[in-house]
Each structure stands twice: as C-alpha cells, then as structure tokens.
Design a protein around this ligand. Structure first.
Ligand SMILES: NC(=O)c1ccc[n+]([C@@H]2O[C@H](COP(=O)([O-])OP(=O)(O)OC[C@H]3O[C@@H](n4cnc5c(N)ncnc54)[C@H](O)[C@@H]3O)[C@@H](O)[C@H]2O)c1
Length: 316
C-alpha cells in the first residue's frame, strides 16, 4: 500500500483519516479528493477536486497519482439523504459503482468502504444486534449502505477486488463538523455546552444509539485495512461497538464539567434513530481482526471537552 486516494477526504471522518494516513505513509502519498473546495488549500495539499458521480474524474486521478488504494468516504449522510434522496442515490450508489468499476479496471490493491448502522431497519433486533441479521432499512441512506455492502462483496467474489468495510455507528469528533447525519447532536451539543448556551436536541432524551469516538473510528478502518486476508470471513459488513448512550446520558456526563441547559424537541430525525439498533454484537470484528475500542463515554467526553475547548479558546 503506498498511494492512497481518500474520497470525501475533507469530511468529518476523512479529515482525521487523512492526518493519520499521512503520518504513516507520507504526506505526498495520501491524496484528498472531494467535491468541496478546501478552505485553506495550502494546509490540505495534495488535494484534487473529485466528483465521484463522474467516472472519468476517478480514472484520471488514479492514473495521474498512480493510486493503488482508495478509502471511499464520499457520501450523503442519513438526514441530508432524506432531504434529497435523488442526490443520495447518485452519490452513494452510482458513485460507489464508479469507484468499484475504476478499481476493477485499474486492478487496485484495496478499496475501503464504510457502511453504517443505518444498514439495519425496524425489523432488526435492537439490542446487541447480531452481525448477520435482517437488513431492511427504510432510509435512502440505509438502502445505499446495504447496496454498498453487497456490491463490495460481489466485486470481491467475482473479480477478486479487495473491498472491506465496517458498519460505523455515530461518530463523535472535535476537529471537523459532522456532515448531516442522525447522530450529529452528539457533536453539536459540545459546542453549546462549552459556550454555556442552551442546546435544542433533535432527538428524545432516552433515544439510545451506538456511538464511537473518532480515534476509534480511525483505528477500526485502518486495522481492518491491514488485517491478513485469510483471517477474514466477513468483508464489507463488520459491526463495531464502542459505546451506547442516550442524549440524557451524554448531558449528565458533560454536566460533570460544565453546566448548560438542554431542551428536547424531536424532529424527523427521531424516526430514523428509532429504526436503528441500540447496541451491536461485534464478535466477528473481535475474532477476525482483533477489534477493541479505546474510548467509553466518560473517556470520550473528557477528551472532547479538553480538545474542543482548546480549539474554541474556552476554559472548562
Ligand atoms: N460520521 C458518521 O457518524 C458516520 C456514521 C456511519 C457511517 N459513516 C460513513 O463514513 C463515510 C464518511 O462520512 P463522514 O461523516 O466523513 O461524512 P461527511 O459528510 O462529513 O463527508 C463526506 C464528504 O464527501 C464529500 N462529497 C459529497 N459528494 C461528493 C461527490 N459527489 N464527490 C466527491 N466528494 C463528495 C463532501 O464534500 C464531504 O466532504 C460515509 O460513507 C458515511 O456514510 C459516517
């Protein structure tokens, strides 16, 4: 592995992943491709504008930069997807198809494609959700994630293209804002808490969802990328559990450090959240590539407040 393209590399996960990969493989060997223009271009070089819905864009970048590995993170997330299902279909399904086809034609070494807990649906068992279970999501985002898992598996079995992925829960981070998902509240709330502003939460106080702190999200995808192929019985659909909590649990934990007000006003995102699991059984990830998270709720909250506080210039 030496020349990596990160599609959606300016996004919430992409920006942390790129920093990590550049430390490991060298700045010039990790190329950011994103439809967005960077705010500070000199800080993100090498960057190239990429629209994954345009197949020729992808082929050109693979050729120009001699890419052998893609982390495909370009996507429209759950809440934004429900506001524009046509765009979500184009980017998440046609975009992924383009990536897989380019990967097949250029015989790439590996393609990492994150799935999501959104792949599950209302009929899925909600607690300790098994890895291999009912996948009948009702959001366009979830449908695109199930399609991605199955297409990735198909390209592996039919063409030997090494596609792998974890099902991420809600990801919490301080360095880049989230991109329009149903778990965004768990990031936004820290900004309000640190500024001692009142936060209006768009989920009910007792809605439990699986969540993960960014360092663990990077650990999961890079561990899976490096796992010996012969150990893998799953490929594109690994559950990864780190912590599960409801908004009120998070509020109580943050209030150990700062006092702030919260009001609960659930909106359309409540229905999406209620169709997802509360916790995941991640036995295959633990057995096949030794997955283990480092952060639970208290450790995550402490680290978030310290780092976001520093970034915003706010004293705890
Ligand atoms: N963040 C989470 O909580 C979470 C949870 C589960 C799964 N995931 C998955 O992880 C991956 C990354 O998510 P994220 O949170 O970083 O998302 P994000 O919205 O923060 O970033 C996505 C990036 O993709 C870019 N993009 C959108 N359309 C594009 C196009 N046509 N061509 C190229 N780039 C395009 C956006 O500009 C953005 O920078 C996605 O596959 C997402 O489904 C994220």
């Amino acid at each position: 592995m030496n020349r990596i393209l990160v599609t959606g590399g300016l996004g919430q996960i992409g920006s942390s992943l790129v920093t990590h990969l550049r430390k490991q493989y060298g700045q010039d060997n990790v190329i950011i491709g994103d439809i967005r223009e960077p705010e500070n271009p000199e800080e993100v070089e090498p960057y190239t504008r990429l629209d994954v819905t345009q197949r020729e864009n992808i082929d050109k970048i693979i050729g120009e930069y001699d890419i052998d590995t893609i982390y495909h993170l370009a996507a429209i997330l759950s809440a934004r997807g429900e506001q524009n299902p046509q765009l979500a279909f184009k980017v998440n399904i046609l975009g992924l198809y383009n990536i897989l086809e380019s990967g097949r034609e250029h015989s790439l070494e590996r393609i990492m494609v994150p799935s999501s807990i959104a792949a599950f649906g209302p009929e899925t068992p909600k607690d300790n959700t098994p890895n291999d279970t009912i996948l009948r999501p009702r959001t366009i985002y979830g449908i695109s994630k199930v399609t991605g898992e199955l297409l990735g598996l198909y390209y592996w079995e039919k063409y030997g293209l090494d596609v792998r992925g974890v099902r991420y829960p809600g990801i919490i981070s301080w360095n880049a804002p989230p991109g329009g998902g149903t778990t965004d509240y768990a990031v936004e709330i820290f900004y309000y808490a640190l500024r001692r502003d009142k936060y209006i939460c768009f989920l009910k106080e007792d809605t439990v969802l699986p969540m993960m702190y960014m360092p663990d999200a990077i650990k999961a995808i890079t561990m899976l990328a490096e796992a010996p192929a012969e150990k893998l019985r799953h490929r594109t659909d690994f559950n990864v559990q780190a912590m599960s909590f409801a908004p009120r649990d998070l509020v109580n934990e943050i209030r150990k450090y700062v006092d702030f007000q919260v009001e609960y006003r659930p909106d359309y995102r409540q229905k999406i959240a209620e169709s997802w699991p509360r916790s995941l059984d991640d036995t295959p990830a633990r057995e096949e590539w030794n997955w283990k998270p480092d952060y639970d709720l208290p450790a995550m909250v402490k680290d978030m407040l310290e780092n976001l506080g520093k970034k915003l210039g706010v004293e705890l």
